[in-house]
Write a protein that binds this ligand. Structure first.
Ligand SMILES: [Zn+2]
Length: 344
């Protein structure tokens, strides 16, 4: 696997009148062609400028949002499915509860409250059992939506955590979207994976894991069948991938896969908390069709978001990634991978 890096030099005269030079590394994703730029010269300055989460504010939000939280009271006051979708109205998976999203974005839009009793705003407190229940609930919701209408097979499952990550209700929850037309990002990934197979005869994701395990700099470890690594050319900040080679869709995931994804996610989210970036997003990118495991790997992609504090800077939603498609990073993936690896 060829991982292409091009280095550019920027030279300038700093405010003290000294000529300085910075190295910018441009990396290209081997499958999609997406470019990520890394300039570590500004790393320390960025940390000072952006700061870390205001923990007192986080605790205050946790307590204030508990009173009247629609998800703590979901069993009594939440929405209900139509009887033909779920006769029991809501679905339970251990402490998790699934119900229709009050504001639908597609034909089948659910909220999965990961632990109704767990109104917690520290990522490390969400816990692997709750994440596992959420994944099981999501897979079942995708199966039911498809059974109700075979056209509804395209799905996107993910999590926004805290306001800087786009979350309006802080109680930890997944959103499970199922609709009749493809998600464009998932479709591009599936097509690129299929094209790789046609070109090489092999599975890109298996090759990627083998290559990353061999070089080691971005490889983190494995949980059962799930392989974890830092993305070589990340689209988002501190982007980590959990890959399930040989399994294409959430609906094909077995218990070991569920537990492996939940265990690894807990490690990654706890690391984000450790560095003061509590807000995060992740999404499971899953094939709409079963049986694609030979050329596509079900995967979860995570990223950290700006730390929760007053007047935080939404620094990674600037015009580059929003309209140009490529982001810039002040820390190399190998650097955070080295620290995160200690959690495996
Ligand atoms: Zn709550």
């Amino acid at each position: 696997m060829e991982l292409v890096t091009i280095t550019e030099r920027a030279s300038l005269v700093d405010p003290a009148g000294r000529a300085t030079e910075q190295l910018i590394e441009h990396r290209t994703d081997p499958l999609t062609g997406q470019v990520a730029s890394v300039n570590t010269a500004l790393g320390e300055k960025a940390r000072v400028f952006l700061g870390v989460a205001d923990l007192a504010l986080l605790d205050e939000l946790q307590e204030k949002s508990r009173a009247g939280c629609p998800f703590c009271g979901a069993a009594e006051k939440g929405t209900r499915y139509q009887p033909d979708f779920a006769p029991e109205g809501q679905l339970r998976f251990g402490g998790a509860l699934a119900m229709p999203n009050l504001f639908s974005k597609c034909a089948s839009d659910s909220v999965v409250v990961l632990d109704v009793a767990g109104h917690v705003l520290r990522p490390s407190q969400v816990g692997a059992p709750a994440l596992g229940n959420g994944i099981r609930a999501a897979a079942e919701l995708v199966r039911r939506a498809r059974a109700a209408d075979p056209r509804h097979r395209h799905h996107l499952v993910g999590m926004n955590f805290l306001p800087p990550a786009g979350s309006s209700v802080p109680h930890p929850h997944f959103q499970v979207h199922v609709r009749g037309l493809p998600y464009s990002g998932v479709a591009r990934l599936l097509e690129a994976s299929a094209a790789w197979r046609r070109r090489t005869g092999g599975d890109f994701w298996t090759a990627l894991v083998e290559s990353e395990r061999a070089t080691g700099a971005r490889y983190l470890g494995r949980d059962g069948p799930v392989e974890w690594l830092a993305a070589f050319a990340p689209s988002h900040q501190r982007e980590i991938w959990g890959l399930v080679p040989g399994v294409g869709s959430l609906t094909e995931l077995d218990d070991a896969g569920v537990e492996g994804l939940a265990a690894g996610l807990t490690r990654v989210l706890s690391y984000y908390e450790e560095i003061g970036a509590h807000a995060f997003n992740f999404a499971f990118l899953s094939s709409p069709e079963p049986g694609r495991g030979g050329e596509y790997a079900l995967q979860v992609r995570t990223c950290s978001r700006p730390p929760l504090k007053n007047l935080y800077v939404n620094y990674e939603t600037w015009f580059g990634p929003m309209f140009g498609g490529d982001d810039v990073h002040t820390e190399a993936p190998e650097a955070y991978a080295a620290r995160l690896r200690a959690r495996w």
